[in-house]
Design a binder for this molecule. Structure first.
Ligand SMILES: *Cc1c(COP(=O)(O)O)cnc(C)c1O
Length: 319
């Protein structure tokens, strides 16, 4: 038996599905439920928990003592890896995009809640330029990190690999088979791949990419069977990764008022904006039952609100 049996990851989290009630849903006769994966943990939330689970088991099996991974300054994956790593007894190393952040680390940690949290959970950082970040998987760079920190288990950027997809299959359980549609935000595609693998044949998975680009479908196809029923709605990225506007922030705030569910502006806010927009446009048949996965990511809101405040823009209401 390995030591993961007694751990955070040994818990079989089954998140509750919460029905939401909005006038538009009543008008169009659509039932919408939100799977509250955001409630798994405040920092190892939603899909990041699912994606790390089998990777950390694998690292344990390989007798690795530390984890190394990559991300941006507000990355949910960085925060999740730092906390999950500590809970499982791993040292953690984070390669962070943006070498300007290392100039005054104290100030960076003061201003950036994601990195502060990761730091407080023991993560050590290597800040790199955007140019270096693009080379992060090169043999040279990985060797440099090994010379600096010793051997480690490498968790890919965003955490996506086959083991992550296996973990994401566990988001869906038997009681979810009643739904006609399963919706998810998409970043690297690992989460939606797990959902596609776990769904029943008659169910359709719809992904809402949080970023621009046409590479995602191909990435997802690497993990799933050819004839599975799924698709991407590519018009709801709001200009690209971590881009947003007042309309999106307004939507998130109103959704919170109406349902008491907090969304984030990078992923879940865009997905729900998309779902509601598609409902308005009669994309779904009357009587359709939709399950939207709340993949978490709420730890990033504080950082976004700091940016919004500087620009004197509308802020995200937080409970
Ligand atoms: C990382 C993340 C996603 C994207 O997941 P992928 O598996 O990379 O597609 C979606 N939602 C939230 C909240 C995330 O943190």
């Amino acid at each position: 038996m390995n030591n993961t049996n007694n751990s955070f990851f040994a818990t079989d989290f089954i998140s509750k599905n919460q029905q939401v009630f909005l006038p538009i849903l009543e008008e169009k006769r659509i039932e919408l439920f939100i799977k509250r994966e955001d409630l798994i943990h405040s920092l190892v939330s939603g899909n990041k928990f699912r994606k790390l689970k089998y990777n950390l088991q694998e690292a344990t099996k390989l007798k690795k003592k530390s984890l190394l991974t990559f991300g941006g300054a507000f990355s949910n994956h960085i925060a999740a890896t730092a906390v999950a790593g500590r809970l499982q007894g791993f040292k953690t190393f984070g390669v962070i995009r943006g070498d300007e952040l290392s100039k005054n680390l104290t100030k960076t940690l003061e201003e950036n809640a994601t990195l502060r949290e990761a730091h407080e959970n023991g993560m050590k950082f290597q800040f790199v330029s955007r140019e270096q970040y693009r080379q992060k998987l090169s043999f040279g760079f990985i060797e440099k990190m090994k010379n600096k920190w010793g051997d480690f288990y490498l968790v890919p950027e965003g955490g996506t690999n086959c083991l992550a997809v296996d973990g994401c299959e566990e988001i869906l359980t038997k009681s979810d088979y009643q739904f006609d549609y399963i919706c998810s935000a998409v970043g690297t595609g690992g989460t939606i791949a797990g959902l596609i693998k776990a769904k029943k044949k008659r169910q359709k998975v719809i992904g809402f990419p949080a970023l621009k680009g046409n590479f995602l479908s191909e990435e997802i196809r690497k993990y799933v069977v050819k004839d599975a029923s799924w698709g991407l709605q590519k018009k709801y990225h709001f200009g690209g990764y971590a881009k947003y506007d007042d309309q999106l922030i307004d939507f998130i705030n109103n959704f919170k008022k109406d349902t008491n569910i907090q969304l984030d502006p990078i992923y879940t806010g865009k997905m729900l904006f998309g779902i509601i927009d598609l409902i308005k446009k009669d994309y779904f048949d009357e009587g359709a039952q939709i399950l939207a996965i709340h993949t978490g990511g709420l730890q990033g809101i504080e950082g976004i609100n700091k940016q919004l405040k500087k620009k004197e823009q509308l802020l995200i209401d937080v409970l």
